[in-house]
Design a protein around this ligand. Structure first.
Ligand code: PXG
Ligand code: PLP
Length: 435
């Protein structure tokens, strides 16, 4: 192993394998990365579901450069700076009606833990302090902090870390390949999975439940598209029982499904919504939680000189992040990127679903500019076949992402048909070679 790779303990990485054969990215522009050998790598996953406008966008670069020279830092507690307010006003123009308050964080994980705390505190300030239970979903991914892994449903992300939060329960995931394999867009079957929530209410009583959190489309656990009617039913059950519905839109936010937010694509508005990633086009770490006026108002009751919500981060509303986000929103608006996935999705779906019939492909799933291709695992070696495909694609100059034996695609929203063709051709070749 090269000595200079030694000190860095890499996140979510097979460190020893990586350091024997490192994959190093040194530049990026538009749809492409450049690696340390000077090769062009087509970015099939928008970095990590975040570089929605593509790489090295001039407005964003300039906004960050200018901001660094103008105001490098401003304390966020009992102080403010103009761009934090400007950004919030701009953001709430894009959100579904009713979600008109913004709380800033630095990542999706922080957004999730912030939203969970808001939910519990909201019930408490209204005098329903017994509502502390949080409901997540199997195969959910809500980041890596203790709240997020508690409501999350990825076993590998949970099992090493003790008992986590108490008072958490889970509904089933919606993946049902026996009925829904190769569905184009939203699968027809499975709205009734939402009724799991009714069962948990019967078990725990609604008066103990603060909130339910789900990803509208589960991304990192294998691109699981919500069945038709499922999110509507979750919303109805929450409304009936006074339970808050939290959408984790860290991946789906900022245009991925064909609208600014998946809440709009699916026509269901949550009470709290978490975002990160595409908020700054991945250029500076930043996340946010959107809340309804009702939730915000519930906190605004005590004496005016007292802090209403004892929560926040040193880097909440960091000036560089706010500048990057404003540059990002300008870029999205100028190029119509927040609805571009709706224009491209038919072609993307057609190409993606043409992989049906390739060796070991057992399901193909899509919505907007997200695709999932699930492979039959190598006997006794789960995740290895998909990872072999990942390595083969990397070798051929294409970056994809794998989770278990599912290949995920989530290209920058600036993608053109020729890029889609190249992604699918490269993937098809790798699938044949992995047979
Ligand atoms: N919620 C959701 C729905 C996410 O997808 C997070 C929260 C956490 O965000 P941060 O910024 O703390 O990482 C995410 C992040 C993958 C992959 O392989 C996806 C994510 C992170 C790491 C890997 O698909 N999503
Ligand atoms: N740990 C210590 C000792 C701190 O003083 C702080 C913040 O002041 C934190 C952790 C939290 O850091 P952050 O606000 O960046 O999340």
């Amino acid at each position: 192993m090269a000595k200079d790779l030694d000190a860095y303990w890499m996140p979510f990485t097979a460190n020893r394998q990586f350091k024997k054969a490192p994959r190093l990215l040194t530049r990026a522009d538009g749809m492409y990365f450049t690696d340390d050998k000077g090769r062009q790598i087509l970015d099939g996953i928008a970095g990590l579901w975040c570089v929605n406008a593509g790489h090295n966008r001039p407005k964003i670069v300039k906004a960050i450069q200018d901001q660094a020279a103008e105001l490098d830092f401003a304390p966020p507690f009992q102080m403010g700076h103009p761009k934090a307010f400007e950004l919030a006003e701009r953001l709430v123009q894009l959100t579904p009606d009713g979600l008109n308050k913004v709380f800033y964080t630095n990542s999706g994980s922080e957004s999730v833990d912030t939203a969970l705390k808001m939910a519990i505190a909201y019930h408490r300030v209204r005098g329903e302090g017994a509502r502390t239970r949080l409901i997540g979903r199997e195969r959910g991914y809500h980041g890596v902090n203790f709240g997020g892994i508690s409501v999350g449903g990825m076993v590998a992300n949970r099992k090493m870390f003790g008992t986590m939060l108490g008072g958490v329960d889970h509904i089933r995931h919606t993946h049902d390949p026996a009925r829904n394999a190769f569905s184009v867009g939203q699968p027809a079957h499975g709205a009734e999975f939402a009724d799991d929530l009714d069962k948990l209410i019967a078990l725990h009583d609604a008066s103990t439940i603060a909130a339910v959190i789900v990803e509208p489309v589960a991304g990192s656990t294998g691109v699981l598209i919500p069945p038709q009617g499922y999110l509507q039913r979750l919303r109805q059950i929450c409304d009936k029982h006074g339970i808050l519905l939290i959408f984790d839109e860290v991946i789906t936010g900022f245009g991925r499904t064909g609208n600014p937010f998946a809440a709009q694509t699916f026509g269901v508005t949550p009470d709290l919504m978490t975002v990160a990633k595409g908020l700054t086009n991945g250029c500076v770490p930043m996340g946010a939680v959107f809340a309804t006026q009702t939730i915000y108002d519930a906190f605004m009751n005590g004496p005016e000189h007292l802090i209403e919500f004892f929560h926040g981060y040193t880097y909440s509303a960091h000036p560089l992040a706010c500048a990057a986000a404003l540059g990002t929103l300008d870029t999205y608006a100028e190029e119509g990127l927040l609805t571009r996935a709706a224009e491209m999705q038919a072609y993307f779906a057609e190409c993606l679903h043409s992989l049906k019939g390739e060796p070991n492909v057992i399901d193909v799933r899509n919505i907007g500019l997200v695709g999932g291709v699930e492979l039959a695992p190598l006997p006794g070696e789960p995740a290895k076949r998909a990872f072999n495909v990942f390595l083969d694609c990397w070798d051929k100059g294409l970056l994809i992402r794998t989770t278990g034996d599912t290949i995920a695609l989530s290209p920058p929203l600036i993608i053109e048909r020729e890029h889609i063709d190249r992604i699918i051709d490269t993937l098809r070749g790798a699938l044949k070679r992995a047979a």
